[in-house]
Structures are given as C-alpha cells and as structure tokens.
Ligand binder design. Structure first.
Ligand code: 6PG
Length: 254
C-alpha cells in the first residue's frame, strides 16, 4: 500500500505553487544525482496554473530542463492545435515560454488514425527514455494527475475498458459519456511511479474526493482509487473547496 498524504491549500494558486515547488525540488535532486528527471503531466484545466508558474523565471531558472523529460499522462484524439488538445494547453501554458522544456517534451500523438500504433510508439519512447528493468513498467520520478467529478483520473473513466488494462503501458480508451476517443497511460505505469501528486481543485470535486479517500476501493466507480504505487508515494494537493467534505483526520493543512 503506498504512503498517502493529503495537503489542503486555501486556493488553486497556493496549491499550484506547492506543486511547482515539488516539481522543481525533484528535478534538481535528480540532476544532483546525475540522472534524468522524468515527469508526466495531465491535461484538463487545473494544471494550467501550475504550468504557468513553472514558466515563470522564479521557477524556470531553477529547473535543469536539459535533464528533465516531460511526458503526457493522456491525450484526446484530436489534432495538437485543437482547443481540446492537452498538448495545446501544455504548450500554451509552459512550452512556448520555456524552449528548454519543449526540447525534451514527448508529445503523445493521439491524432494518429492508428491509435494502437500511436500507443506502441509512445510506450517505446517511455522505455527508451526510462529504460525499465526487464518485465517492469517505466518508473516516472513524478506523475501529476487530476481527478474528475466522477472520480476518473488520466483517461481512466468509470466503466471504460482501459481501467482493466494490466499489461500495456499506454492504450486507447473510448469514453462513452464524452463520445470521445483518448489515449492514456495505464495503471501499470501509474503504479510504478516513485511519486504521484493528485492536483484537485473546486467544489465540484468534493464528493468524488470524499468517496475516493474514504470509501472501499471500487475501480469501476472511482478509477482514481486504483492509483496505489507499490513502491511510491501518493500526495493529494487539494484546495479548500475540494476538501470541504473531508474530515479533519483526513487532511493536513499545508
Ligand atoms: C484530461 C485529463 C483528466 C483531468 C481531469 C480533471 O485529459 O481531461 O487528463 O484526467 O485530469 O478530467 O480535469 P480538470 O483539471 O479540468 O478538472
């Protein structure tokens, strides 16, 4: 069972600052040990504040970008300049402002017609960058995850096929309720991570957060509960609005 910590913050800005600090600290630590820093970024809206902070000189000047390899947790199957593209959000929030970060960014090419081939190509890129031990999944130093009001994370949605994937590292996933195809990292990769940070903001997430933290594990209902890195730590960085249904024993003020 991975070690889980919940940190609550007054608002998204302070939550995002803590996430940016965690990113910078780990990136610097890895560089100090002469190893690359591998991180995976989620899409959606919440990461924008965090990524914009990383682009600011107070952070971007501290981070050894030449040593930092950024990957995507998931992507919508749309062109990279599409409004719904997670890559477009990451590019606009961070990569366009920090060319050094873009230099080692590994884009998930979800616009490809052959979605299985796109997943295999990305899995190969994960393997060649992180060189996992035989029969092991690539071990990210840090994975940032979001969570939807339905308890999904990455593109692992309740009742969707990819929730059951236990061998492929990256796979396509059709999301019925959104009528959308996506590509996503799977539990084998998420659960190989050294550190996972969930970044959750907003009152609309409060009930799902309470269920994910307090209720018995049920991946068909709450896929976020399936993120339990065997040798890694899970931290929940949540704002007060998302944490409002947690009892005091479950949360520690930041
Ligand atoms: C995506 C994300 C997804 C996201 C949650 C939360 O492609 O949408 O990877 O898992 O993290 O849906 O999204 P918000 O941050 O927009 O609430």
């Amino acid at each position: 069972m991975s070690e889980t910590q919940i940190r609550t913050f007054p608002n998204l800005e302070e939550l995002s600052r803590a996430a940016a600090d965690r990113f910078a600290t780990l990136a610097i630590e890895c560089a100090g040990k002469g190893k690359i820093f591998s991180a995976a970024l989620s899409g959606g809206k919440t990461p924008q504040t965090f990524l914009r902070l990383l682009a600011r000189p107070e952070f971007s000047r501290r981070i050894p970008w030449e040593n930092t390899h950024l990957f995507q947790v998931d992507e919508r199957c749309v062109p990279p300049d599409h409004l719904q593209s997670n890559y477009r959000m990451i590019r606009e929030s961070l990569l366009a402002a920090v060319p050094a970060a873009a230099a080692n960014f590994h884009r998930l090419e979800a616009e490809q017609a052959d979605r299985d081939a796109a997943c295999e190509e990305y899995a190969a890129e994960l393997g060649s960058t992180m060189v996992p031990a035989e029969a092991e999944a690539p071990r990210f130093d840090l994975i940032f995850l979001g969570m939807g009001p339905d308890g999904h994370t990455a593109s692992l949605f309740p009742g969707s096929k990819a929730v059951a994937e236990r061998s492929r590292w990256v796979c396509p996933n059709y999301v019925e309720k959104l009528q959308m195809h996506r590509l996503t990292l799977t539990y084998p990769v998420l659960n190989a991570a050294s550190a996972v940070v969930f970044v959750v903001s907003g009152a609309d997430k409060a009930e799902a957060l309470r269920q994910v933290i307090a209720e018995p594990c049920n991946l068909d209902l709450y896929p976020a509960q399936g993120v339990q890195p065997g040798k890694g730590k899970v931290a929940w960085f949540v704002d007060a609005a998302a944490a409002r249904l947690l009892d005091t024993a479950q949360r520690s003020a930041s």
